[in-house]
Design a protein around this ligand. Structure first.
Ligand SMILES: *Cc1c(COP(=O)(O)O)cnc(C)c1O
Length: 365
């Protein structure tokens, strides 16, 4: 098989999504599977839908469009506030979009009228993290203006924490979101279907609180793909953390010094490296580099391998199990950032391992 490649184990992905969907459902919370690391892959979309997620969410309209072709009936949510230049596509392919600007909602309304569709929106509220969202005091007025726009339906409110400012979803900010939902409903005489509390950083809050209040929706990406919450990257009980792995191959393997020799200046990326002299070591070079992946987000699957550094097209590894074989394949676990970069790299092959039940010849590794 070609390398470098991402191996996406659909059976493990199914398991993770199914476990989370069941767990959340028991608390009255519906789950949107966030697919933005998957480039709109139809395999991933269908796997998550079969696992019982309520809907699929993505931040890119291109991915939404790709998933729409694979899943005609699914509810698709655009998670990033729509670009003005993309409102026609958003109305055509996304059922719901998350919004924080009235000017955008006005354009969505015009596009929805032209296309004779109803477009549903969720208004995002800023609760401290300082990424997207309306100030809580502006919520009612904005919602009122949005309700006056033709072909726009206000389906809910939401917030996003722990992304830019690293703010933890806690009892206070989640209670505030609940209160905002209730007061908005009372002031405007409406019903909100979705009160969307957040992302994989909300798992701690969910486990630690008895009453989730009005929050009835979460959007999970990393928890599904990498099996962990995102405040401390703790693995979630019962989930696979290796549903997606990266495989690279050895292109040089030699005993060399642990420290460079000669005058040390800047490396390829403008850093001045410092290496301790530990004598001779077993080194290997992999056919993988910073054009393919964020190397700082890689962790070797084996304890006797250590990444020493990287350049555009090389990753240097130290082996304490002896010299590696040329052509030998090594497996790595990825951070969410590394996964995002590898998925987006045209140099990295994406291999979907079929679910067991459908396992045919392609399954043999
Ligand atoms: C990316 C994203 C998510 C999913 O975040 P994870 O940490 O991967 O769970 C949820 N909501 C919004 C608005 C996002 O952009």
């Amino acid at each position: 098989m070609a390398t470098p490649r991402l191996e996406i184990d659909l059976a493990k992905l199914h398991h993770n999504a199914h476990q989370l969907a069941q767990h959340l459902a028991a608390r009255g919370i519906s789950l949107t599977g966030v697919t933005k690391v998957a480039l709109g892959s139809s395999e991933v979309a269908q796997t998550l839908l079969a696992a019982g997620v309520h809907s699929l969410g993505d931040s890119r309209i291109e991915n939404i469009e790709r998933m729409r072709r694979a899943a005609k009936e699914a509810t698709l949510i655009l998670l990033r506030t729509p670009l003005m230049s993309q409102v026609e596509r958003v109305v055509a392919h996304a059922d719901i979009s998350f919004n924080s600007e009235l000017a955008v909602i006005a354009n969505l309304s015009e596009a929805a009228v032209r296309q004779d569709r109803i477009h549903r929106i969720v208004l995002m509220v800023e609760l401290g993290d300082l990424r997207e969202g309306l100030a809580p005091e502006d919520l009612t007025a904005t919602a009122q203006r949005a309700l006056e726009l033709p072909n726009i339906a206000l389906t809910g409110i939401g917030t996003n924490l722990a992304c830019f400012g690293g703010v933890k979803p806690d009892l206070q900010n989640m209670a505030l979101l609940s209160d905002l939902a209730t007061s908005l409903e009372q002031e405007l005489g409406i019903d909100l279907t979705l009160v969307s509390g957040g992302n994989s950083a909300n798992i701690d809050w969910l486990e630690g609180c008895r009453d989730t209040g009005r929050v009835n929706h979460l959007r999970l990406g990393e928890a599904i793909f990498l099996g962990r919450e995102t405040l401390r990257r703790t693995p979630i009980d019962g989930l696979f953390t290796d549903a997606v792995t990266l495989v690279a191959e050895v292109i040089e393997s030699k005993v060399k010094s642990s420290a460079p020799s000669g005058q040390i200046c800047q490396d390829a990326f403008g850093d001045t490296p410092a290496f301790a002299d530990r004598g001779l070591i077993d080194r290997a070079i992999l056919g993988l580099g910073r054009q393919d992946v964020d190397v700082s987000g890689l962790r070797p699957d084996a304890e006797d391998l250590q990444i020493l550094g990287s350049s555009s097209d090389h990753v240097i590894v130290e082996s304490s199990r002896g010299l590696l074989r040329i052509g030998e394949e090594l497996m790595f676990h990825l951070s969410y950032g590394a996964l995002l970069a590898a998925m987006t790299s045209p140099y990295v092959d994406k291999v979907f391992l079929p679910e067991q039940a459908r396992c045919g010849i392609r399954c043999q590794r």
